[in-house]
Design a protein. Sequence first.
Length: 842
Amino acid sequence: MHHGGSANYASIRSIKQFQELATPEAGGKNWKGVLIALCVIAVICALVIMAIALLAPTVETYHRDGQPLTLYDITDGSLSPSYKEVQWLSDKELLYQSDTNNSIIVHNLQNKTTSILLDLKASERIDSYKLAPSAERRFLLYTKDTRKVYRHTTKASYRIHDLDNHQWLNASLIISPFDDHRPLLLQYATWAPSTVEHKLVFVHENDIYYQKLSQEGLLENAVRLTDTGATDQNPRNGTEVIYNGIPDWLYEEEILSSDHAVWWSPDSKYLAYLSFNDTEVQTFAFDTYGYDANPAKQYSNSTKIRYPKAGTKNPAVALYIVDPEAVSRTRRVPGEGRRVEEPQEVKEFGEWYITTVTWLAPDKLFVRWTNRYQNISILASCPASTLTCTKIYRLESREGWLEDSPPFPLDDGAKIVMLSGNHADQRQHQTVCRFSTTSASFDMNCVNTNFDITEILAVQSNTNKEETIYALAAYDAPRNRHIIRITGNDVKCLTCNLTRNCTYYDDVRFSHGENPDYIVVTCRGPNVPYTQVWQLSHLLSGDADLKEVHEVRGNKKVQNQVDVKAIPHRKYLEVELKSLVNGPKAQVELLLPPKFTGHANKRYSLLIRVYGGPGSQEVHSRYRMDFEEYLASSQEVVIARIDGRGSGYQGFRMKYEVNRNLGFNEVKDQLEVAQYLLDNHQYLDPARVGIWGWSYGGYATARAVLLDNAPQVIRCAASVAPVTDWKLYDTAYTERFMSTPEDNPKAYENSNLMPYSTDSLYWHFARTSFLLVHGTADDNVHFQQAAQFTKALMKADILFKTQIYPDEDHSIRRLRFHLYHTLQEHFLTCFEREAQHDKDDD
């Protein structure tokens, strides 16, 4: 209004001047005055036009030609880049599987040569992520016929190929201690790091075995290192279930995130392993129905897993050390190794987890014990010779939970470097900390940062005893990952100014040696990912136009597919939250259709993709082509991803906002930001707003419907595999954020989807088009969760849709196309119906 008033005043003054100038002199016309007046009028018109242009709102438009994405595009793998593992064989040689001919190759960076280590047929399938050459590269260990057990664990046929003799696969040695002619399905196998002898360990039926290969390439008889292993199908003494060297369900899913719990010492003398006693862990059973119509399969099969639910008995865990050669010499099975005794402070926990086991030196283990609530950790150094552990440090968080981080040893294990923060020194961000493993004063020195460091990549000791640390960090924005270098307290970003249009670096691996020359780097976004080798000295030089030394994987086929597609435009916003004024802001990603226009006469549907779990991140700059990208490209739906309170990579204050109280703050922020988007973006139609999520996101979706009060924001919702009652989920995850039901009963009650009154459920869900989806063979979030919620909705007489996937686990991977098709029809139909209702109301 101020600018408009000034323009009008200037116009009035100019008109008066024009009238004066245009008054004719006596006896003739004033042509000079007329000309001046016309010029003034032209200037006024130009000023008016300019003022209108300046005051008019800027209209966003984006345009990208190409073919709209299809459901087939995002489910058939054609837009999915390859992430096959790359391994360093030496300081100059790389091992990886070729994308072109499927062979296992070795590339020498020094002489720029590539040789075939194992020539595979195009149809030959092996698991490249489990390729393991022996230390001296005489043999190659690999897997075939892999069968998934849970998220990380598998059973597979492990084979050994003699590279010196160039033996073909069929002539390869099969690890088979019980039957030389039948390949066994093993749970895990790995080489010893020794370059002197060819030694390996493997796990079969929950017991650990040790085996050697002769110089002639012959497998010696396997030596059994444990005999306490037992399964539910074959329990020990009729009742005991014990896992040796591999994790049980809880540790695999929530603690170790790995397929093994066995670790060689650097000199290959000792073997450390965890043993999990699940005897007192309660069993959960679910039926599988099969795809075969064979009459012989009239009955369903029942699958049972040891699954501790919140507040129930956990597996008992213990750490052991064994000398495989000593057992081999005596040929006497010890039953189990020598147990590492827990420090007194750990025993005072009553119940604990072992979250980290790492060798600091040939005779020294680093162990991290954590209490059941996971807010106190004891870091200890444990000599293999005495098994008497010395406490290094006690970490404690009073505002939230602790998260695990592997240590990097220095000075033969006298010091370690690891991620930590927000404990004794109340740091606000996860950062790099240095610990002494020998000092009685328990020294801890941390680097000050105003951003989260997410992963330590390498640590180098300098001559002046001041180490150089390389790490990944959310340096310039929470959504990005850059490589940084830390020397003392000085922090420098090495990749922020590179002219590569890469904002998310990941899977960075330094070459071998104390002073590595090369690094393998994967750029995961925002464009199609690629993997390259860089020379470290070139990166440190600060050259913005850094050139790669070797391209391992360019994903050119995927790039060619993407180039002809109409890809949505990604836009990032920060929104201040009412509950965190002057604090961390909600991070928002909008996906705008390829031919987007922000004119008010064009309205778009808005779909929110939510996860919301503690410490998670939905808004990141990684490449992705998923269901949301398809909807934006093909159906012109605007997508919003929102990271509010409870999300990760913005410091501890933001993350701990949900501590002991799941289902409230993180969900309220989804609704608050959604309303902000509607209020500030006229191109969004408030009558067509939906939300959907998977797992924790499925829970957050249903909670959003329950917490969505007047004025209503959400009209359409879909929950896939949701938690509906935290008492039904596992101990380690739930209690990390909520403590136990006994300790925090009110939070469990308030976060539950079912205790809401029938009237409250009806009022919220009856006005929302709701879809509930779950797989019946979900070992993670059990179908029981959906079944209980279904009963509650039915009891409240709420009409809703349910999609059941028989025999599908948490990922619904085999029927993903059908799932996305179902979600598409649900939301498009709902949006159309809501738009019509809104039109009728007008």
